[in-house]
Design a protein around this ligand. Sequence first.
Ligand SMILES: Nc1nc(=O)c2c([nH]1)NC[C@@H]1CN(c3ccc(C(=O)N[C@@H](CCC(=O)O)C(=O)O)cc3)C=[N+]21
Length: 298
Amino acid sequence: MTAEIIDGKAFAAGIREKVAAEVARVKAAGVTPGLAVILVGEDPASEVYVGHKHKATVAAGMESFEYRLPADVPEAELFALIDRLNADPAVHGILCQFPVPDHLDERRTVARIDPAKDVDGLSVVNAGLLATGGDALTPCTPLGCLMLLRDRLGDMSGLSAVVIGRSNLFGKPMAQLLLRENCTVTMAHSRTRDLDQVCRGADILVAAVGRAQMVKGDWVKPGATVIDVGITRVPHPDLPGKTRLVGDVDFAEAVEVAGAITPVPGGVGPMTIACLLANTLTACCRTHGLPAPEGLTA
Ligand SMILES: Nc1nc(=O)c2c([nH]1)NC[C@@H]1CN(c3ccc(C(=O)N[C@@H](CCC(=O)O)C(=O)O)cc3)C=[N+]21
């Protein structure tokens, strides 16, 4: 039996349409949601993502503001920009693309962003709200995974969920979201013993380790839902000089065992951008006391 392949690209397109419809509604109420993206330095991969974000933002009817700062920008200058955006009523979401150059500190940078505009959901305030059951802005990639899981599984109560990876950006918030769905959650990581065995117990297996094709087919419980958050560029096996994207899961093996699985590309990645738009809309609605859009939040 081969797994159902979860089409994140199509699902994300649906979310983006929903966002666009809601944007039209808040515009009619006199507000245009705006997203500001800050890119420090010239990382080629980041350039591509920022380009995608800009296009998607505009396509949803929102305002997109882009700021490119030189790689050696002093912290004070970056912070002055963030302060300006915090105070700007046309800006409802602020995202500083990571990684930032070594002389800057991600924690200090996130802390500078107004938590009400922190559409990455990375601030201490939003992480704390998520952990304590409040109305947080939820990190985009975990939110996207949650939407895919809800769509496939509906009620997740009592299911065993294993998240591999414990980053602040993904693993920790993902575990919190699964816990809120009443899963029994295990957080696994690089020091976990007998990781393969731990994974075999999972009804929901979420891989976010950043190691290409690490999760093998025999790590997967038959019928499990597998969410692959990894994205690594590797040399193409058949085309010399070419590359391709792979996830943290050995897809060819896992697809034979799982009940459903997200591909890479076309799985979680497109959901991340769709959820960034959703979060910007949510932030805008909360700021203006408008009803929060349904189905677009955790
Ligand atoms: N502050 C911050 N927030 C982020 O959310 C953030 C960040 N920094 N830095 C970089 C990572 C990476 N990221 C992705 C977004 C979309 C795809 C995506 O759309 N991927 C597609 C296509 C990928 C391709 O073809 O290159 C896919 O998987 O199908 C992937 C990765 C957001 N990030």
